[in-house]
Design a binder for this molecule. Sequence first.
Ligand code: HEM
Length: 144
Amino acid sequence: MSLYVILLTLHNLNRWLVLLSGLWAVVQSLAGQNGNRPFTPAERRPISMFMGTLHLQLLLGLLLFAFAGMQKIPLFADGRSSFQWEHLGLGLLAAVFGTLASTQSRKAATEQGKYRAALLWSGLAFLLVLLATPWFRPLFRFFS
Ligand code: HEM
């Protein structure tokens, strides 16, 4: 089993943690839009998890790119040729937006403002994750 396949498996499976925490972050920020709910550490949890899983996905993706380059492995050979750059660009931007969801919701002055910043940035990041995901590849991979 090659290191590339190990990294690809981790990148494949972590995608589900990205999607689940992203969905949780968006649903919770939506629920905070009406009323005067305080933005407590419990409300922050899904936002931090979304950012953390996105950062891990980015790290694994960069390692995959580096290893593929060194070993001359063609990327997304089963997709259209521009997909690798779309995947890299959209994935990178998703990680930036996921980070903004955390920092901007921390900076906002009011509880409403925190929920609004969390919804805007985690909503955009979630959308980009959906667009970046190569849905034509296996939904689950276990070291093969
Ligand atoms: C943040 C959202 C991202 C998601 C949800 C995501 C998801 C995926 C998935 C599901 C695969 C297919 C895995 C498989 O075939 O089993 C994949 C492959 C890959 N991703 Fe990502 N990815 C993301 C970001 C990135 C980033 C930012 C990079 C690069 C810096 C990257 C680089 C790669 C590479 C090199 C492959 C392997 C392609 C191949 O072997 O043909 N990914 N990604």
